[in-house]
Ligand binder design. Structure first.
Ligand SMILES: [Zn+2]
Length: 153
């Protein structure tokens, strides 16, 4: 059986909302997606990678939209990570046009990214894709711009 998650992470990968806001967002997600198997609002000590699983189609440069070679990306994301410190968010120059960005800033299809905080609902079948108005509502509750990641495992 395949597993789907809708995961929201802050656009600023270092941002962590305070506990009361995290709990409010989790409760609101439970109202929006009452059939979800599980709803979590998690914080990690270090920055982690939130991938979209089988929804992944490719990566492009945020500056010139050229395709990013997966080999280059693998090397960079591997170099950026250490088990003790998580992701460092180092700046890399894209191979196409030399644009300076972190691994969080690349244009991922489907979206994915890096962060310390995540709000997730597991198998929210009836929801399909998250309505923009709900994203806006979570952004207001948590006090941050959010990136929506559709995970298919
Ligand atoms: Zn480029």
């Amino acid at each position: 059986m395949s597993v789907h998650w809708i995961t929201l992470i802050p656009e600023d990968p270092r941002f962590v909302p305070d506990e009361a806001k995290r709990e409010r967002a989790r409760e609101r997600f439970a109202e929006i997606a009452p059939e979800a198997r599980e709803i979590t609002a998690d914080v990690t000590d270090t920055i982690q990678f939130f991938h979209c699983g089988e929804n992944f189609n490719g990566i492009s440069c945020p500056a010139c939209a050229s395709d990013i070679p997966l080999r280059w990306w693998h090397d960079c994301i591997h170099e950026d990570y250490s088990k003790e410190a998580g992701y460092k968010l180092a700046m890399y120059s894209t191979p196409c046009c030399g644009f300076g960005c972190t691994m969080h800033d690349l244009a991922y299809d489907f979206p994915q990214g890096l962060g310390r905080f995540s709000l997730s609902a597991m198998n929210p079948y009836l929801l399909g894709s998250l309505d923009e108005r709900y994203r806006a509502e979570f952004e207001a509750i948590l006090g941050t711009k959010l990136r929506v990641i559709y995970v298919h495992l």
